[in-house]
Design a protein around this ligand. Structure first.
Ligand code: C2E
Ligand code: MG
Ligand code: MG
Length: 585
């Protein structure tokens, strides 16, 4: 394919000089440049304002009778910071040459000293320099995979859009877009297909909006669209609907076909709005996106004022959590797991609590999601591991040798490499044998697990650490991950336990989970046992280990020590008596 013509603006009072320059270029490099003539600087600036793209090179006569030549040069350089501007004079040794170069002209030429070759050479050199600069600038502003604007550009454009919208009295909307299950595309079809998918989606997004709207890739599978000049906020929703329509048809990517899916969070900015910051617009779209995901994916959600409270709460929570970490208000409680026969304690699970100065003890359901969203989970997860192991290390003298410690591990902790090293170091520091540590993972973590993680887990298994799947049965219904990760046990989710008294299907599921586990030689624990009836039913279904309020609630470290000194008077005795289940081995 031939290169498009480079456009040169020649600002020179003399039409005959202009024609001569064109002639020279045509002789030397025919067809390479297209020249535009502007008899004076005012004509040039007026035209520039209406041009879709700036000229690639400017030739400017700097030696005007009224002395304004250098001033024009300064203006041209200001208006077109990335375009090379070449100064000109009639004759060699012009008095303005040095000043022009000092101001920033790329080159300086004297018209009476030109040959076709010399002119073409000077222009080619200036042009090459310009393209290098442009490439650098593009790399800093555009995403290399999709060619879309990047996060920095978006931020900049939001700032300008908000300023303009105050003047124009039109609305601005920000759409944050997150592809649903992108990871699955990558994992199932490979990264090349994943990349092609991202490029196709980018094209579709670009095609769905006006040229003047900004489409950006924020990283991974996250995109944003900034819509400006909206008369009605519904226009933003129409765009969202148009985008979701794209997901109705599978996307052909080479030999593969991918079903696209996306969640969209929308925030709107009306000129009369009292909150006026780019940060607010982004936060609001983010909250809306989160809602869209939460309520079932492949949908849009518009930020509403009622959600404002949530932003405020999140910001408050953000502050409060930072403080909690500093003031060491996060603590661990420990819930025993008992064996089915004797109801002896076989393990303790460490569970996170927030000892809030005003609100008292807060459970993780209230603050873990925020910790994840605010990016604290890595830090907090490591704290749990360290604190749990130190505590357990101190208990070793009072605990039976066979009792183990369960620690919950979140995805965020595993997203960095070095998890295995960290666990090993904490075990050593606490003086706990690796065989006494059991890590609880969710199916999501395993499903999304990478080969790097497989290696780290294999390394930990090598020294004796064990892994169990928490909340088993609530995840994906695909158990492929069992082949890739060293799993030693499963914990049957509480909602099955809740249902076994009255739901045949759940009963059958629990029975088959226990069957599967025994076939694979896994330990099984049932979680959340509250009633003697549930206990009885579980014993019929296969006698897993048990954890639940019926036996022991989660309790502070001090309470655990107290319990140990009383030789574990199991609450289970109560349950046992009521259930009529024998306590035999
Ligand atoms: P999980 O790991 O499945 O923990 C079991 C949850 O069930 C605990 O809730 C426990 O208090 C509760 N539970 C136990 N027995 C019963 C019962 O008989 N009835 C009822 N209603 N509930 C029972 P908790 O402590 O609120 O923790 C909730 C979840 O938060 C945990 O579920 C776990 O996923 C997460 N979590 C807690 N601590 C940590 C932690 O340190 N790290 C990570 N990554 N996650 C944690
Ligand atoms: Mg757990
Ligand atoms: Mg659980």
């Amino acid at each position: 394919m031939s290169n498009p013509k480079r456009r040169i603006a020649v600002i020179d009072a003399s039409a005959s000089d202009f024609l001569l320059l064109c002639e020279y270029l045509n002789l030397e490099v025919p067809g390479r440049y297209g020249c535009l003539h502007f008899p004076d600087f005012a004509t040039f600036t007026a035209k520039l304002a209406t041009m879709a793209t700036a000229p690639d090179i400017v030739l400017l006569d700097c030696e005007l009778p009224d002395g304004s030549g250098l001033e024009n040069l300064r203006h041209a350089l200001e208006m077109l910071p990335l375009t090379p501007v070449i100064g000109m004079s009639e004759q060699m040794l012009s008095s303005v040459e040095h000043e022009a170069l000092d101001l920033g002209a790329s080159h300086f030429l004297a018209k009476d000293d030109l040959t076709p070759r010399r002119l073409a050479h000077i222009i080619a050199v200036a042009d090459a320099g310009e393209r290098r600069v442009r490439n650098l600038v593009e790399r800093a502003h555009f995403d290399s995979l999709t060619g879309l604007a990047n996060r920095n550009v978006l931020k900049d454009r939001i700032g300008h859009a908000l300023e303009r919208c105050q003047r124009s009295k039109e609305s601005v909307a920000l759409l944050l877009i997150d592809l649903d299950d992108f990871k699955r595309v990558n994992d199932s079809f490979g990264h090349d297909v994943g990349d092609a998918y991202l490029r196709e989606i980018s094209k579709s997004l670009r095609g769905a909006v006006r040229e003047s709207d900004t489409v950006a890739r924020l990283g991974g599978d996250e995109f944003a669209i900034l819509l400006e000049g909206l008369r009605h906020s519904e226009q933003a929703i129409q765009i969202a609907v148009k985008l979701l329509d794209l997901t109705n048809t599978p996307m052909k990517l080479g030999d593969f076909s991918v079903q696209p899916g996306m969640s969209i969070g929308i925030s709107l900015f009306q000129p009369e709005s009292s909150r006026f910051s780019a940060e607010w617009l982004q936060k609001a779209a983010d909250v809306a996106l989160y809602r869209a995901k939460e309520t079932g994916k492949n949908r849009y959600f518009v930020y509403t004022d009622e959600m404002d409270q949530q932003i405020v709460r999140n910001l408050d929570l953000d502050r409060a959590i930072r403080q909690a970490l500093q003031k060491k208000e996060l603590v661990l409680h420990y819930q025993p797991i008992v064996s089915p026969g004797s109801f002896n304690i076989v393990a303790f699970e460490a569970l996170l609590r927030w000892q809030h100065p005003q609100r008292g003890l807060i459970g993780p359901a209230e603050f873990l999601p925020a910790l994840e969203k605010l990016g604290f989970m890595y830090q907090v997860g490591n704290f749990v591991l360290r604190e749990g192991l130190r505590q357990f290390g101190r208990w070793q003298s009072i605990l039976d040798e066979s009792i183990v410690l369960h620690i919950n591990v979140s995805a965020a902790q595993l997203s960095h490499s070095g998890f295995a090293d960290m666990v090993r170091a904490e075990l050593e520091a606490a003086g706990v044998r690796p065989g006494r540590l059991v890590l609880e993972l969710t199916e999501t973590v395993l499903f999304e697990g990478t080969p790097r993680l497989q290696n780290e887990f294999a390394e930990l298994e090598g020294i004796g650490v064990r892994f169990v799947i928490d909340d088993f049965g609530t995840g994906y219904g695909s158990y492929d991950y069992l082949k890739h990760f060293p799993i030693h046990g499963i914990k049957i989710d509480k909602h099955f336990v809740d249902a076994i008294g009255h739901n045949q299907i759940d009963c059958a599921i629990v029975r088959s989970i226990i069957g599967l586990a025994s076939e694979l030689n896994f330990d099984v624990t049932a979680e959340g046992i509250e009633t003697p009836q549930q206990l009885k039913k579980l014993c019929e279904l296969g006698r897993p280990n048990m954890q639940g309020f019926l036996f022991h609630r989660p309790q502070s470290a001090m309470a655990v020590e107290q319990l140990a000194s009383e030789r574990w008077p199991a609450r289970s005795a109560i349950g046992l008596a009521a259930s009529g289940v024998e306590a035999a081995g």
